[in-house]
Design a protein around this ligand. Sequence first.
Ligand code: SF4
Ligand code: SF4
Length: 142
Amino acid sequence: MREEMGEEGYRETEMCVRCAGSCCRLQPGHCLPSEFESAEAVRAAVVSGKYTIVLLFDQHIMARVVRPHYKDPEARTGCVFLREDGCELPFSERPYGCRMLKPKEQDDGHCEPQGISIEEAGHMWEESGYLPPIWNSIIPVK
Ligand code: SF4
Ligand code: SF4
């Protein structure tokens, strides 16, 4: 499925082992369009149930991003790829947003997203031509 395998990013640290993937238990990281070959590849990924399309929507943005599906879709938490011993995907096949989360160095520190933000990724996805028109994705409120 992936055209562009990524080596850029931050590998797991001892801190990640200690916190047991808090980030992955919360929300999956965002993919970039360049990680897929085509609109068909995105569609196949979503149909597989492993990936989903989420809408970023507030007064500043209305855009969609593709990312791994939730482990618990009802609660909208966790990542489908998270196993007891960590992420099942090889590092290079993980979403850009996962690879670019810089682990904290101190227990009282913060893990910091680097590079292309989820909002910027949303704009990239809308311009990619890999998603159906956004209005087809929105159910009108009657
Ligand atoms: S990046 Fe941060 S939240 Fe994620 S596993 Fe590592 S230390 Fe934990
Ligand atoms: S793809 Fe892997 S690294 Fe990314 S959120 Fe899921 S389990 Fe974590």
